[in-house]
Design a binder for this molecule. Structure first.
Ligand code: PLP
Length: 436
């Protein structure tokens, strides 16, 4: 096998080669042996319009024929790239009117981390560079972005240079609340811990805080009640920038265009990717607020240029696909569609809440996590579901569900019934009746 696979044990992969997919239709993918699977996690939370959207394919083809590549460096750009920037400025929160294009979520986070440094240098605060990130956050796997990620398995063995990172607790009420502590009190405690960290290190050393408005790959944690409001008050008091990492949540996933709209965040920088192009082309965009743009523009002017850019950033084919993706979202009335689908999914999940093997169910829009009792292994449930033709994602002992926005009611019901049957099958194989 020639491929070094991401997030995979290479020796295990030699014995159990990864399952290669060869085609897709709607929410379904087909592997080399012809087996079909309903992908209930949209690949990596990203194929929002499913695996066979003709409009996106035609948009890519048109752009390939007109202009298959152009860059945006040094006084040139591509028309499709300009049009996407304008289209994004009109859907992003009102105070964000500037975007910087990249090719992946990780590079978007790297760009945001660099802009934090550039911003504070411009403001004459060269010491204000540390970034606060949370346990179990996922912000990517390059250098600075992996440094911000709060998972040990992304750090082990790599000696990441990364930016100076300070770590605070994750917003998981289920795991981290103290006995008897209400959700709001837990959120206030987290905000208090953030302030203690800032006071201990010194606000003059801390440039930004980064967070996923709803934690995704860390286990699906919607924010506890009052969390973002309290966090933002602390950040404002200490003049610390907020980076909202909306790489999973952006473009409808939580039921609003952006989770920042849903949970009342006013970020200084916002990272987006994934559903921006429904994953049909690798593209990312960092939204830059007016406040940040007003500082970095004159600073770059004084230096003679903004010395940052990627050859394929803002690739016109990716931009054409993203423009068509946005057009589809507008036509489908994104919040209404996700709201309706989410109601069906979460209604079905709520019916499972009393299942003895389930200890918690968390969701926001079309992002859901079902956490199992420790003795019922999520990996075994996922394997059982896969045998029945449904792909789930395992995060610790949680099963994540995050289907394409084109999933039908019948397909949602299929995911729910396979989930229940798979849990039951795993429980039945073990003497769990007394144990659970
Ligand atoms: N940030 C978040 C919140 C993510 O979920 C991810 C990927 O899952 C990334 C950043 C990194 O994106 P990519 O894998 O495109 O580099």
């Amino acid at each position: 096998m020639a491929q070094l696979y991401p997030f995979t044990d290479p020796l295990l992969a030699e014995k159990q080669p990864p399952n290669a997919m060869v085609s897709g239709e709607g929410c379904w993918v087909v592997d080399r042996s012809g087996r079909r699977y309903l992908d209930a996690v949209s690949g990596l939370w990203c194929v929002s319009l499913g695996f066979s959207n003709e409009r996106l394919i035609r948009a890519a083809e048109r752009q390939y024929r007109n202009l298959p590549y152009y860059h945006s460096f040094m006084g040139r750009t591509a028309e499709a790239t300009e049009r996407l920037a304008d289209a994004l400025a009109s859907v992003l929160p009102a105070h964000i009117n500037r975007v910087f294009f990249g090719c992946s979520g990780s590079d978007a986070v790297e760009t945001a981390a660099k802009l934090v440094r550039f911003y504070w240098n411009a403001r004459g605060a060269p010491e204000k560079k540390k970034i606060i990130a949370r346990d179990k956050a996922y912000h990517g796997s390059l250098s600075a972005s992996a440094g911000l990620t709060g998972m040990d398995y992304c750090h082990d063995g790599f000696d990441l240079p990364g930016p100076d990172v300070l770590r605070v607790g994750r917003p998981s009420y289920f795991h981290d609340a103290e006995p008897g502590e209400g959700e709001h009190d837990f959120a206030m405690r987290r905000a208090g811990e953030l302030e203690e960290t800032i006071l201990a290190v010194g606000a003059d050393k801390i440039g930004a805080f980064i967070g996923e408005p709803v934690v995704g790959s860390g286990g699906v944690f919607p924010p506890p009640e009052g969390y973002w409001q309290a966090i933002q008050e602390v950040l404002k008091r200490h003049d610390i920038l907020l980076i909202a990492d909306e790489i999973i949540t952006g473009f409808g996933r939580t039921g609003a265009w952006f989770a920042s709209d849903k949970y009342g965040l006013t970020p200084d920088l916002m990272t987006t990717a994934k559903q921006l192009s429904s994953a049909y082309f690798p593209i990312s965009a960092v939204g830059i607020s007016e406040r940040v743009a007003a500082v970095i523009d004159p600073h770059a002017h004084d230096l003679g240029t903004l010395g940052h850019g990627l050859t394929y950033g803002g690739h016109p084919v990716g931009c054409a696909v993203a423009l068509e993706t946005l057009a589809v979202y507008q036509e489908m009335d994104l919040p209404a569609t996700i709201g309706r689908l989410a109601q069906r999914l979460t209604g079905g999940l709520e019916a499972l809440r009393d299942h003895p093997a389930i200890v918690d169910i968390r969701y926001s829009g079309l992002m859901a996590g079902v956490e199992l009792e420790a003795r019922v292994k999520a990996s075994e449930v996922s394997a059982a579901a896969e045998r029945q033709g449904v792909l789930l994602r395992v995060i610790d002992n949680t099963l994540a569900i995050s289907p394409p926005y084109v999933i039908s009611d019948q397909e949602i019901d299929l995911v729910l019934s396979v989930l229940r049957e798979s849990i039951d099958a795993v429980v039945a194989r073990q003497p769990l009746r007394e144990a659970v």
